[in-house]
Design a protein around this ligand. Structure first.
Ligand code: ACO
Length: 370
């Protein structure tokens, strides 16, 4: 038995949700470029869960469910108030999502219908949890969700207390479309492994949040912004990146296990980064990012991934840096739960083997002779 480090190239499941073939990403057969230009996040979530784009009635039905489910139990708000104000926001989200299960009467109902309702409920409640945590740590009261036409609009309202403008809603919506699903990425795989034991959907999503948190996965968008802030100015980029590359440090937001010729989502985020920079009158982050890309691609051949330009996009939307990865979770919740439902449909325990590299022929030695 020989291990494949990082399971690279291993096909670990069949799935009809999203595909990456020859560098082209599709959700249910729709090219991500087409969806990024034309679809809303709500349409995409419906597509991932039901396998088809919704008609008007189906879409408004889903949006009504999101509005209906968006409020979180008072007990979970009380818990959020007990978290340390400087808690990591993904750690807070992980704990709160785990807690949501305690107050969902359907948590242990494994019927297909109940699992789909829980998927929709989680999708509606995760943005509320994140916004509530963000407000509580600033000493503000969390807001009650209002009826909105989209998750982006609702989330921005719950975060700021203001009705968001159209540009911000559309930009966030497009970012959510781009992050919604991505085949067997690490967090989705974690979710599938968890629920393949026939554990519940909340356990699967909690596992996924834990996996997304890491800087090699979703946590990279925050690390990119930390890097941009550290570099500070366009003039500092060259020295900074050259020093990092010489030290063989990783540049966050670059490289990908599956895409070697570029992540198809990055170009949409790059365009948004430029447009939002122009609109806000601050192109600094965009210009720094472009210069970093030139250097890293030029010297290492590495291309930006989805996390690279999302950092400057979210900063232009005035979203605090440590909410970038939670926003990724808002979007990816749709993909995680679609994969969980698919796993339940045709389940088998996921239990691979390990190549043993430890000592052999050991003999037990009594404790006082060691
Ligand atoms: N900066 C510098 N060098 C890099 C980078 C990078 N961002 N990414 C890969 N490399 C180099 C590695 O050092 C390694 O070089 P070596 O062969 O000389 O040792 C080689 O490229 C292969 O890298 P691995 O880390 O083995 O590639 P892997 O497929 O395991 O990892 C990953 C992919 C984790 C995305 C990696 O490219 C990385 O760490 N990138 C930075 C973090 C990041 O942006 N993560 C977000 C990914 S997208 C997402 O999850 C949503």
């Amino acid at each position: 038995m020989t291990a494949t480090k990082g399971l690279e190239g291993i096909v670990a499941a069949e799935s009809s949700i999203s595909s990456i073939i020859d560098g082209v990403l599709t959700y249910r057969g729709y090219n991500i470029d087409d969806l990024a230009e034309n679809a809303t996040f709500e349409e995409v979530a419906y597509l991932l869960w039901y396998g088809k784009l919704p008609n008007r009635t189906e879409l408004s039905g889903l949006i009504s469910q999101f509005n209906e489910y968006a409020a979180i139990p008072g007990a979970v708000i009380d818990q959020l108030k007990t978290y340390p104000k400087d808690a990591n926001s993904m750690a807070a989200l992980r704990s709160a999502v785990s807690s949501l299960a305690l107050y969902d009467e359907e948590a242990q109902d494994m019927s297909k219908e109940a699992n789909l309702r829980k998927a929709i409920r989680l999708q509606a409640q995760i943005p509320t949890v994140i916004a509530a945590f963000a407000r509580i740590r600033e000493g503000k009261e969390p807001l009650a969700p209002k009826k909105f036409g989209s998750i982006s609009e609702s989330f921005l309202y719950l975060l700021t207390g203001k009705d968001p403008d159209k540009v911000a809603i559309e930009a966030l919506d497009k970012a959510l479309v781009l992050h919604a699903d991505h085949e067997l990425n690490a967090s989705t795989f974690a979710a599938r492994v968890t629920v393949a034991t026939l554990s519940d959907i909340y356990s699967g999503v909690t596992s996924a949040i834990g996996a997304l948190k890491g800087p090699l996965h979703g946590g990279a968008n925050e690390a990119v912004m930390a890097m941009l802030e550290e570099v500070g100015t366009v003039d500092n980029v060259e020295n900074y990146i050259n020093a990092k590359l010489a030290a063989k440090d990783k540049i966050m937001g670059f490289g990908h296990r599956v895409y070697k010729n570029g992540d198809p989502r990055a170009k949409h985020l790059q365009k948004m980064s430029q447009e939002l920079g122009k609109l806000t009158g601050n192109l600094k982050w965009y210009e720094m990012s472009i210069k970093i890309e030139d250097l890293v691609t030029g010297q290492k051949g590495l291309k930006p991934n989805v996390d690279f330009y999302s950092a400057s996009v979210y900063t232009s939307l005035e979203i605090p840096r440590d909410l970038f990865t939670p926003i990724f979770a808002v979007s990816r919740c749709s993909g995680w739960t679609a994969h969980i439902l698919e796993q339940y449909e045709n389940n088998r325990l996921i239990r691979p083997r390990a190549e043993y590299t430890g000592p052999s022929q050991q003999k037990y030695v009594p404790i006082d002779q060691r």
